[in-house]
Design a protein around this ligand. Structure first.
Ligand code: GTP
Ligand code: MG
Length: 222
């Protein structure tokens, strides 16, 4: 085995090798790289492309974690307490190397739903947040989530700049984010906007820094 590895590293061997022989040595390395990339995508919970833009609107269900997500981005810390948001303006900030212009954090109450269209028109990036634990356990909550997903799906057409976040993974019995995302997608199977729960959709435990960072990486690419 050692001899084989040494041969791979030995330039003289490669120089002398027939072209087909040299290719044979690289095939396992290429296969390993492809498998690693596939595993990384699966482990993170489905396909995702980093978004582009400078302004964001974070919309979604009450107490789902909108302010918590924004505070992670802005201050790199978890917001333990829930204080209902009405309309809080925030200044421009930078998450790692991703620059975000100032914007508005709005609450999740129904009274704010009539602001959605205007916010989607004004911002480059739209992030939709819901509590994944409540979604799978509470039919009313599920319906409310679908109503909002429908609204966003129909009015924010730039799919690449849209991302859905299902929070409170830690409150569920699931051990695998991918399985939970699949469950949520299957529950939404008959909906025209079901893609909101598949492409550019991340299940997260916002109480954990590594889970937040994985989610942010899938959204912003950093
Ligand atoms: N355990 C756990 N708690 C979370 C998670 N995400 C958010 N929270 C908590 O949920 C509560 C509500 O979070 P907020 O960020 O205030 O929710 P919001 O969507 O901004 O709420 P409104 O502004 O009222 O619409 C807070 O106590 C957070 O600490 C999560 O993934 N896991
Ligand atoms: Mg809030």
């Amino acid at each position: 085995m050692n001899e084989i590895i040494q041969n791979i590293l030995n330039e003289e061997f490669l120089a002398k090798a027939e072209p087909q022989q040299a290719i044979v040595w690289f095939v396992p390395a290429i296969i390993a790289a492809v498998v690693a990339a596939i595993i990384a995508i699966i482990a993170n919970g489905g396909p995702s492309t980093p978004i582009k833009g400078k302004t964001i609107c974070v919309l979604g269900q009450p107490e789902s974690g909108k302010t918590t997500f924004l505070n992670w981005l802005r201050y790199d810390k978890f917001t333990t307490e829930h204080k209902q948001t009405y309309r809080e303006a925030y200044p421009a900030f930078e998450y790692k190397t991703f620059k975000i212009e100032g914007g508005i954090d709005i609450g999740g109450d129904n009274e704010f739903k009539n602001k959605y269209r205007e916010m989607m028109q004004k911002n480059d990036i739209c992030i939709f947040v819901f509590d994944a634990c409540k979604f799978i356990n509470d039919a009313n909550y599920r319906k409310e989530t679908w109503d909002r997903a429908d609204l966003i799906y129909n009015h924010f057409k730039n799919v690449e700049n849209r991302h859905t976040i299902g929070t409170h993974f830690d409150k569920t019995d699931y051990k695998d984010v991918n399985k939970l995302r699949e469950k949520i997608f299957n529950m939404s199977e008959s909906k025209p906007f079901k893609d909101m729960f598949h492409t550019n959709c991340t299940i997260v435990d916002l109480s954990k820094k590594d889970s937040f960072e994985d989610c942010a990486k899938r959204i912003f690419g950093v």
